[in-house]
Write a protein that binds this ligand. Structure first.
Ligand SMILES: CC(C)(COP(=O)(O)OP(=O)(O)OC[C@H]1O[C@@H](n2cnc3c(N)ncnc32)[C@H](O)[C@@H]1OP(=O)(O)O)[C@@H](O)C(=O)NCCC(=O)NCCS
Length: 236
């Protein structure tokens, strides 16, 4: 909503006024106070230390003195780079006022392609309670119902059962696999690759090399508006 209050950033940054609410959660584009709280919580760990669910292994730096600042700087970069043809909005996910995680909604050439991508993480104590499903559903619903998206896509390593299960529950279908190389000590060389199209994952992902605990490959899933359930029953 437009306001002439000089202290209100919404005048120049309309995203500051966006709120998406679900039965248990509130999602707002990132703000500095919330980001700082989330960075603190990320220090407690996002996943087991011997796993790496992210394509960019940012959680590896949790022991570095600048880790929390890096979490904030990443979000600032996304804000600063926001353009009509390429945007990435990081929603802070709160429950009862407490920041629990981040849900990203992003797109490139959205006006032409009508496709959004998502990425998400929750602090460990918030995982496994259906919140990951609820928050992804919230931004996909925002994209389909209010932004005019036609397709939503997501990617996860093949052994990231929780993330892939969220996709399944929300009606996504396999849409191909990609191979990635991780530099230096930890390398994830994925054995299967294909262009992004439905059915391309035929035969399933194969085992990775180089990094024992790494998932095998980066599996794409996608859904269109008609595939996504109108409502989900929270799991608790
Ligand atoms: C991925 C993530 C956001 C999912 O959120 P979540 O709240 O934990 O997931 P939900 O509770 O909504 O569970 C979704 C489904 O996954 C299943 N699931 C959750 N955690 C699981 C686990 N560790 N192993 C197996 N299945 C799991 C749930 O049982 C549920 O399936 P169901 O509907 O059949 O019961 C969260 O686990 C997370 O932050 N993980 C670490 C970071 C990460 O992997 N991010 C994604 C990178 S691609």
């Amino acid at each position: 909503m437009h306001t002439s209050d000089p202290a209100d950033p919404v005048r120049h940054w309309p995203l500051a006024g966006l709120v998406v609410r679900t039965p248990r959660l509130e999602l707002r584009p990132d703000d500095d106070v919330g980001l700082a709280a989330l960075a603190d919580r990320a220090l407690d760990g996002v996943h087991p230390v011997d796993e790496m669910p992210f394509l960019e292994p940012w959680t590896d730096g949790a022991d570095d003195p600048g880790f929390a600042r890096g979490v904030m700087q990443y979000a600032w970069r996304c804000r600063a780079d926001l353009r009509a043809h390429r945007w990435s909005v990081n929603f802070l996910v709160r429950s009862a006022g407490r920041v629990l995680g981040m849900q990203t909604l992003a797109a490139t050439d959205f006006g032409v392609l009508g496709e959004v991508r998502t990425g998400s993480w929750l602090t460990r104590s918030a995982q496994g309670r259906g919140l990951g499903t609820e928050m992804r559903h919230a931004v996909v619903a925002l994209a389909f119902d209010h932004l005019g998206a036609r397709v939503a896509s997501s990617s996860a390593f093949a052994d990231n059962v929780a993330s892939r299960r969220v996709s399944e529950r929300l009606g996504y279908a396999p849409d191909g696999v990609e191979q990635h190389v991780r530099a230096a000590v930890r390398r994830c060389s994925c054995a299967a690759g294909s262009p992004r199209r439905r059915g391309a994952a035929r035969g399933g992902p194969r085992r990775s090399t180089g990094w024992a605990r790494a998932a095998s490959c980066w599996a794409h899933t996608a859904c269109s508006k008609r595939d996504t359930p109108d409502a989900l029953t929270p799991s608790e």
